[in-house]
Design a protein. Structure first.
Length: 639
């Protein structure tokens, strides 16, 4: 009898341990994954009486506690009491370490959750803020609702967390030139960044399709440069502005708006990196002030998404309209001095991004002033002329007390002495810069370009290339063979040629930005694709509650088409994540789970018009219905 009860007890214990263990692996819905997480037994229950306890006379910590209070209020309906005196009973306590814990560095924290008390400790307020983000993620997804939700126990599983970031630079870029996003959307983007512990908002403020920041010394930059004719249809195929047509699409941020956004970001421990893209990508500025360019065409208009460049098979390009500044004109440097001066005054970030990418040199090569300057300065080619320009810009930026950062093209013709390089054409520019001893931010397009397709083109708005979720997750920002301390971190870049709405910007950003959040925060050795997928799915539920859009393309099959030696056409399918079933049809009808299950290459039957497919998990559809037409199959076979 005794042995029986002993066995029952052991069984129960085993069950509890097993539960806690599997909970630890899958149910702590934290993204990015913390450095150390120790599950503990029990739960903390948040009630209307839970007090937020902060140290006395620390206004910055009070702000963080107020941020938490505001985040908890809509869904719970509670306004948690905030106090500087020690409280009894249920509480969340914020502690600034009297003696800094070196392992936590500047942004780390510890979070200790027991059934009656949660303690968040950090060396600096930023760490407390990240502790708050983890705390919010540990609450049920319903906490993300903007309206009161009743009948939910607001529990947090007990846990001990020690956490700090791998990199000091964890960024997301937003291009507001190709499409304009209002101040409210920019704030929403920053708010969403903060939830995933990003700390750098790179704001691509100028390009060919709109100049978006008020510059008091040059009012036409926004009077003219912020507006273009309204067009629908595919960006890049649109009709040129017509004679007399009004420029009605666009917008810009006043300097007051900019200050407001910087402040909003600061309250979320996000620093704002402004980018003024020169000498290329400058059509909007040139539309306002044609003298900035070599061609000085007074008819230059802000580009509404027409094709103005020809891309050649070797990766080079020809601009059909001059969109670059004239590097041989002193007036251009006076202009930049004023522009960067105003930027430096507005933005507290130590860096200014000067762009520097994709500058066409063809108009320079035909311009007598440029040719004379090259001769005078003994510049051997247009690459060296661009390098001359970048070095002049670096002097200007330094004279304003700032550091220059630019896209990896700034390496061409010789890097300016203190420049930091943002490596986008893969990691090679970053490697080269690091070898020369320069700091680097990694944003390789095959892993971090959030404007690229996240699934097969038949299921996405098509653009020129693809970055699957796994591509964003599985890469290491520190290449081997270089001084790793020079890699400051990385970013995800959301270019907006094909993002007419903010809702769609979200679709492109998530979940890939969440994957990148983990790449830049979590130690390399602790990253795990399957674990990420489980947590990502829990974040889908949270995003649903928060009404934030995201792509489910990770559920869609990866399609490969090939031809055998005997002339048969084969379609091979696989999935990015484990445990999905693919059902398909070859008879033009819409498959469900009663259709053939994909187990081996599909031999395309003679006469078929298309293959349709959809993924399921545990009997429920999870992917979209994809249609691969015979036309598409033939196109892929030919490639
Ligand atoms: C390249 S990345 C660009 C952008 C485009 C982007 C589209 C870079 C520095 N330049 O102008 O928007 O590709 O993916």
């Amino acid at each position: 009898m005794l042995r029986f009860w002993k066995n029952v007890l052991l069984l129960c214990l085993g069950l509890v341990v097993g539960l806690v263990d599997s909970y630890a692996q899958s149910t702590y819905p934290l993204v990015p994954m913390p450095v150390r997480l120790q599950p503990a037994a029990g739960t903390f229950l948040l009630t209307a009486q839970t007090s937020l306890v902060i140290p006395a006379s620390q206004p910055e910590i009070r702000k963080i506690a107020t941020y938490l209070q505001n985040k908890l209020k809509p869904a719970t309906g509670y306004t948690l009491p905030l106090t500087e005196t020690s409280a009894n009973g249920s509480q969340i306590q914020f502690v600034l370490n009297a003696k800094p814990d070196a392992s936590l560095k500047k942004e780390g924290y510890t979070l200790d959750c027991t059934p009656d008390k949660i303690t968040i400790k950090a060396n600096q307020p930023a760490g407390l803020f990240y502790g708050v983000q983890s705390l919010l993620q540990l609450l049920p997804p319903a906490i993300e609702n903007s309206k009161p939700i009743t009948g939910i126990a607001w529990t947090i599983p007990c846990v001990n967390i020690t956490d700090y970031p791998r990199f000091e630079w964890r960024g997301l870029m937003l291009d507001v030139s190709r499409h304009f996003f209002s101040k409210e959307y920019v704030k929403a983007y920053i708010d969403q960044m903060a939830r995933y512990k990003f700390n750098t908002f790179h704001w691509h403020l100028t390009d060919d399709n709109g100049w978006r920041i008020e510059i008091k010394s040059y009012p036409k930059l926004t009077e003219i440069g912020a507006w273009r004719v309204e067009r629908t249809g595919r960006f890049g195929n649109r009709k040129l502005p017509q004679e007399g047509e009004k420029a009605t699409y666009g917008g810009f941020y006043t300097q007051e708006d900019i200050k407001e956004i910087i402040q909003y970001a600061q309250e979320r421990y996000v620093t704002v990196l402004p980018e003024i893209d020169v000498p290329g990508h400058s059509m909007a500025a040139i539309a306002a002030y044609p003298w900035l360019s070599c061609v000085k065409d007074p008819k230059t208009k802000v580009n509404p998404g027409t094709r103005f460049a020809e891309w050649h098979s070797n990766g080079t390009f020809t601009m059909l309209i001059d969109n670059s500044l004239n590097p041989a004109d002193e007036k251009v440097y006076e202009f930049l001095d004023k522009v960067f001066g105003e930027i430096a005054t507005l933005f507290p970030n130590p860096y200014i991004h000067m762009g520097g990418d994709e500058c066409f040199h063809g108009f320079w090569a035909k311009n007598p002033e440029c040719l004379a300057l090259m001769k005078k300065m003994n510049l051997k080619n247009s690459g060296e002329l661009q390098s001359y320009f970048v070095k002049r810009v670096e002097k200007i930026i330094q004279s304003k007390g700032k550091k220059l950062i630019g896209w990896d093209e700034i390496l061409e013709g010789g890097l300016a002495s203190n420049a930091t390089v943002m490596s986008w054409r893969g990691t090679k520019g970053g490697i080269e810069a690091a070898k020369q001893g320069h700091p680097v931010v990694m944003t390789p397009s095959p892993n971090t370009y959030l404007d690229l397709m996240q699934g097969d083109p038949i299921g996405e708005l098509t653009v020129y290339s693809t970055v699957r979720l796994k591509d964003s997750y599985i890469w290491n920002p520190v290449p081997s063979g270089i001084d790793s301390t020079l890699i400051l971190g990385g970013q995800g870049n959301l270019w907006s040629e094909h993002l007419p709405t903010f809702r769609y910007a979200e679709y492109m950003a998530y979940p890939r930005a969440w994957a990148l959040a983990e790449v830049y925060w979590t130690p390399q050795a602790q990253r795990n694709w399957n674990s990420f997928i489980q947590r990502m799915e829990l974040h889908f539920t949270r995003a649903d509650a928060a009404e934030i859009n995201y792509a489910r393309s990770v559920y869609d099959p990866i399609i490969k088409v090939s031809k055998t030696a005997t002339g048969k056409t084969l379609v091979d399918l696989k999935t990015e994540i484990e445990g999905l079933d693919i059902y398909y049809s070859t008879d033009n009808t819409y498959p469900d789970r009663f259709y053939p299950l994909y187990t081996k290459s599909i031999e395309v039957p003679e006469g078929a018009d298309m293959i349709r497919m959809i993924t399921y998990r545990n009997g429920k559809p999870v992917g979209k219905m994809l249609t691969l037409t015979m036309e598409e199959i033939n196109k892929r076979v030919r490639k």
